[in-house]
Ligand binder design. Sequence first.
Ligand code: CO
Ligand code: CO
Length: 321
Amino acid sequence: MLAAIPRAADADLLVGAETADDAAVYRISADQAVVFTVDFFTPVVDDPYQFGRIAAANSLSDTWAMGGEPRLALNIVAFPSRTLPLATLQEILRGGAETAAEAGVLVAGGHSIDDPEPKYGMAVIGFVHPDSIVTNVGARPGDTLVLTKPLGTGIITTAIKEGAASQETIAEAIRVMTALNRGAARAVQRVGASAATDVTGFGLLGHLREMLAGGGIGARVRLSQVPVIEQTRELVRAGVCPGGTRRNLASVACQVDFAPDLDEAARLFLCDAQTSGGLLVAVSPEKADSFVQALRAEQTLAAAIIGEITSDPAARIRAEA
Ligand code: CO
Ligand code: CO
């Protein structure tokens, strides 16, 4: 989609649009670079305050995924001021502000427009030492793949829209989506990683595929080791599935060898379009144990070894039970 846009060329643009990376990184001095990212979307839960918290956590996540520390944010707001009470917008912004404060990020302003469908997110600026940047390419054969949050938020947010999610399930999805990826990012910085990205709209396999774009590598993933929000299992069995998740599966299918015992539901889990998902990290096998320990110390929602990077010129993903 972005292929037709002229590429920015500048020696200080350390990460631009060439890789499907989470944020742009621009060097401003020998020991400091700016990490710049923007994200916004339509409500995924009914509670406007929780929606604000989720959208902010999601926007900040791309900074952490690059190894950066978010510092400043601007709100991006679309709101139907003639049909919804202004108090709803205030609740969205309160949620965003609280999450930003939790992350030590200053919300320095923003921009709003009138729009029939509410949308909220943030443009975020963070900082990183140029030597500490972690991109989504750079994984090497033998690297261990680790995931820091359970999957399933796409299935649950669809169930919410269909009125099929219990209060308990909604609460669990909110807990997962509002959890900050800061702890996971700290573990990456402490232990060192070959590559990292956050799992969002393209699902686990879609973002894993981006990680393979560096060339010469493939991956193996074992579903039994992939953490999943428990309540999503019965929702999928009941036929709840986001359109985006089905599109993700169709899009990666040509690059994935699914073991024959992985049924449709299992394949959909691996492609579920996440909102504010966890970090997917490739670490060298010698560091895998200390990385998992570091994640546990940071109390990330998951610290699961889900597979490994393989040597494969065809960049194929093998998904096993
Ligand atoms: Co991202
Ligand atoms: Co993003």
